[in-house]
Design a protein around this ligand. Structure first.
Ligand SMILES: C[S@@+](CC[C@H](N)C(=O)[O-])C[C@H]1O[C@@H](n2cnc3c(N)ncnc32)[C@H](O)[C@@H]1O
Length: 266
């Protein structure tokens, strides 16, 4: 069977928005994947369902993680500040789609057999995550500043570190490095404080959303991307950065940090 052809207009739009061509799934697969991942939230209520659908649709990071294979098959994933567990639900949906031969050509291998642990401060979000995923993933309700991190192959932290003070960010990142060990990967999204207006826009939206949701966390501290990278390099990571706020008014950047693999015994 020949691979589905992406309409020319869609390819042009992707280029226009600065996205890699592989970020655009041939219709209807990406929509189906979002639908499957969101539908898991029906038992968790209407808010959780619509929030999942909207976030997966509009936030470019989720599609990017899958298309570029940032979550390796059979890996142990730690998702810090996991919210209602969207990444876990998407990984489960991806596994299911791949088993049925529904995986976009040109994408990295599907993240089959992944085991995810999520850590999240909000009890309400943890309840939603558990309602949606059952025992498909493990969720710990607690503060990343004090909860022990399990050993992991990949740690994902999306839009979370700015909720704690700079010293606490450093402590969390040092513990992440220890939880990963040699060969591990950190997938970290941060706002770039050097892009002042866009960075301020994301903090403003954060404040409004958190007030509406009655959440405890508040934005505390941001840094320019160059500072984040320098800090990660100091911890031993090799870092690549990619813009990750296409289609939004924010200045988000995805930092992918890898630790050198273990030395083979000679
Ligand atoms: C902007 S949301 C991002 C959620 C998720 N990472 C995503 O991308 O869908 C930030 C999340 O971090 C959580 N959070 C903030 N401070 C935290 C802390 N100290 N420990 C654990 N989670 C925290 C918030 O409750 C919130 O769910």
């Amino acid at each position: 069977m020949s691979p589905p052809v992406r309409p020319e207009g869609e390819r042009r739009n992707a280029k226009h928005r600065g996205m890699a061509a592989s970020d655009v799934l041939p219709a209807p697969t990406w929509r189906e994947l979002i639908e499957r991942a969101s539908a898991a939230y029906r038992p968790a209520g209407r808010y959780a369902l619509h929030f999942a659908r909207g976030k997966l649709r509009w936030d470019p990071v989720f599609r990017h993680l899958l298309a570029h294979g940032l979550i390796a098959p059979r890996s142990r994933v730690l998702d810090i500040g996991c919210g209602q567990g969207l990444l876990a639900s998407l990984l489960e949906a991806a596994d299911d789609h791949a088993r049925r031969g529904r995986w976009p050509p040109g994408w990295a291998p599907p993240p089959a057999g992944v085991r995810l642990t999520g850590i999240e401060l909000s009890e309400r979000d943890v309840a939603r995550a558990r309602d949606a995923l059952g025992d498909g993933a493990d969720f710990v309700c607690g503060d990343m500043r004090s909860v022990a991190f399990p050993a992991a192959d990949t740690v994902v932290i999306l839009d979370v570190l700015h909720y704690v003070e700079r010293r606490e960010q450093d402590e969390v990142l040092a513990r992440v490095r220890d939880a990963l060990g040699a060969g591990g990967t950190l997938v970290l999204r941060v706002g770039d404080a050097a892009s002042r207006r866009r960075f301020a826009a994301s903090h403003w939206v954060d404040r409004v959303v958190f007030r509406l949701r009655g959440c405890r966390a508040r934005p505390q501290a941001g840094r320019p991307v160059s500072d984040w990278i320098a800090h990660l390099v100091g911890l031993g990571f090799e870092v690549k950065d990619r813009p990750m706020s296409q289609g939004t008014p924010f200045a988000n950047v995805l930092l992918v940090g890898t630790l050198a693999p273990p030395r083979s015994a000679s």
